[in-house]
Design a protein around this ligand. Structure first.
Ligand code: FES
Ligand SMILES: [Fe+2]
Length: 464
């Protein structure tokens, strides 16, 4: 189809649109159940949740439910098994997953016993017990009675699964995005907090609200007092990245200082502190760390008036790094060119967002919820590097989408998402016109959906 947007078109920032079907129609949601979720690599959980042999959990997406269990020590994929959560006899879920739960979990598991007729399976998924097998003339084979296994991969301290036996390896799928993020050693970070909610919009409406910083000026108006939020975004195949940018071409070369940058104002010592403190406190203590905020608070004492912004940032980073080292948090050494390419935040196809710092990450994941294209299971969590022995206890907490529970900035995002979902249903809506420079991650999400979904929902050129 000549009109369909390609990766090259996106690099050239060709104007694009895509159909709202992807957000609104049940037919599209049904197609996702067949063409997307059973065929794409998707993140299940952090490794830290399955530390002991026998620890297990369910991962549920659309109509699919998967069991992941640790079967050995170590952090490689071979230390885990993943199975479809279904008994091969007559199809009962092996682990009951009631509607409206985040996941079902347990530990110390030695086998799986189906609650219906008692068929039993070991942790390799092999059938070890059938009541009255002679009734089948003893003709049932191990292949007929074992659990259905699923491919599993590990990246960045996350467990991933792919239900497609012929899928490409996870590392290849992560591609350059994975290589860049590897420098940030996400695998050494641990949960600081994690929350989920059922939210009234499509899963894509939700994830897109966190894909682009173009909305910051219109939605998070209070943040404009502290920083500029002009952004660029760029497709990286399946995945995409956004970075701070400047409207002024004269300064184009020194874009991208990610989450650590100077604020607006005459005195970068003060404005940097104000920016980072505001972000930290209003984004639920996730978009920075206490060490970084404290080090920024000292800039005004440690540096003379008139210190240029670049030197302020360099000093801030250096002193925060020393502070962290003193408490046993060693920063990864990240080459400057990787820092620049890494930008501010990654969208990992299909449903994972990571806003990464050197010692922290603010992350989102969204999944469809039941049969309703107007609902999703929304999750956000903060990762941070902690000293040994000081990792906080955390578990998934159900939290209604309010500012009290999620911080005032997320509450502002929540205040849009539901009404984007409603607004797109208007017969007067002519279709999305995403910003080709600042919202390219959104376009790329739809381009990749089109690739998975036999062309459904693929972005096309806005102009002939
Ligand atoms: S459905 Fe599981 S034993 Fe019958
Ligand atoms: Fe936002």
């Amino acid at each position: 189809m000549p009109n369909v947007i390609t990766a090259e078109d996106m690099d050239a920032e060709v104007l694009a649109t895509y159909p709202t079907d992807a957000f609104l129609s049940r037919e599209y949601l049904e197609a996702e159940k067949r063409l997307l979720w059973p065929k794409v690599w998707q993140m299940v959980e952090r490794l830290e949740d399955l530390t002991e042999v026998g620890d297990w959990l369910t991962y549920n997406v659309a109509e699919e439910s998967v069991i992941v269990i640790r079967i050995a020590e170590g952090d490689g994929a071979e230390a885990f098994n993943a199975f479809h959560n279904v008994c091969p006899h007559r199809g009962r879920q092996l682990i009951s997953v009631p509607d409206g739960v985040h996941s079902v979990r347990g530990n110390g598991r030695k086998n799986f016993i189906c609650g219906f007729h008692g068929w039993t399976f070991n942790l390799e998924g092999e059938n070890t017990y059938i009541l009255d097998p002679q009734d089948w003339d003893d003709k049932l084979t191990p292949e007929m009675t074992c659990l259905s296994t699923i491919k599993l991969g590990i990246w960045g301290g996350y467990i991933y699964i792919n239900m497609d036996a012929d899928c490409e390896p996870l590392a290849k799928y992560m591609g350059r995005a994975g290589e860049i993020l590897d420098h940030f050693e996400l695998s050494k970070m641990r949960y600081k907090w994690r929350q989920w909610a059922v939210y009234p919009c499509n899963w894509k409406t939700a994830i897109e609200a966190f894909l682009e910083p173009y909305h910051v000026a219109g939605t998070h108006t209070q943040l404009l007092a502290y920083g500029n939020y002009y952004a660029l975004s760029k497709q990286y195949g399946w995945h995409s990245v956004s970075s701070y940018d400047t409207r002024d071409t004269e300064f184009k070369m020194n874009e991208s200082s990610g989450t650590t940058r100077a604020g607006v104002g005459d005195d970068p010592r003060r404005s940097t502190y104000e920016l980072i403190r505001e972000n930290y406190e209003t984004i639920n203590f996730a978009a920075s760390t206490e060490t970084l905020v404290n080090a920024a608070s000292r800039l005004v004492d440690e540096l003379p008036e008139g210190t240029p912004p670049a030197e302020v940032i360099a000093h801030w980073m250096k002193s925060a790094k020393v502070d962290d080292a003193a408490r046993g948090v060693v920063w990864p050494e990240i080459p400057g060119e990787i820092m620049a390419e890494a930008g501010l935040a990654w969208g990992l196809f299909p449903n994972q967002n990571i806003l990464h710092g050197v010692t922290f990450a603010l992350c989102y994941r969204v999944r469809p919820y039941g049969d309703d294209p107007n609902k999703c299971l929304f999750e956000s969590y903060a990762l941070e590097r902690f000293p040994d022995g000081e990792v906080p206890q955390s578990e998934w907490v159900h939290a209604e989408p309010t500012g009290e529970n999620w911080g005032s900035v997320l509450a502002q995002d929540f205040s849009n998402m539901e009404f984007v979902q409603k607004g797109m249903k208007s017969s007067g809506f002519r279709g999305p016109m995403p910003n080709p420079h600042q919202e390219q991650k959104v376009i790329n999400l739809h381009r990749n959906l089109g690739r998975m979904m036999e062309g459904r929902g693929a972005p096309t050129k806005l102009l002939p």
